[in-house]
Write a protein that binds this ligand. Sequence first.
Ligand SMILES: [Zn+2]
Length: 136
Amino acid sequence: MAHFTDDELLAYADERLPSDSCAVIEQSLRLNSSLGERLATLLLQRDQGNFSVGELWRQHRLSCPPRAVWAAYVDSRLGDGLSKYLQFHLEIIGCRVCLANLEDLKRRDPLTEAERRTRKIFQSSAGNLSQLDGNN
Ligand SMILES: [Zn+2]
């Protein structure tokens, strides 16, 4: 498993990395949920001035988590602590900005869309093939 420094992960989140390095981290994030959680924590800490998640929770800070954190949330890449914090932000604080962000992230799922298209094509050609078999 590749090891990334905090700076590399933050650079990835900020889209400051060249696309090949970006792809390596992207893949690692998909394979390794703890890496996603680490990145989310880093982003939160940076945005909130190095408060721990526990402190954020206690102080009920209203600042919005960055979009990359919501993306990790949508992909279920976050642990309980962060997920609860995000749910709190949505459900108790009722932040409309983040809710809109979250809905937007849920809507756009290019992989699923591509998979659906591929399956559709495959199913229709499989259907044609079985019709041909029946005719023989
Ligand atoms: Zn918010």
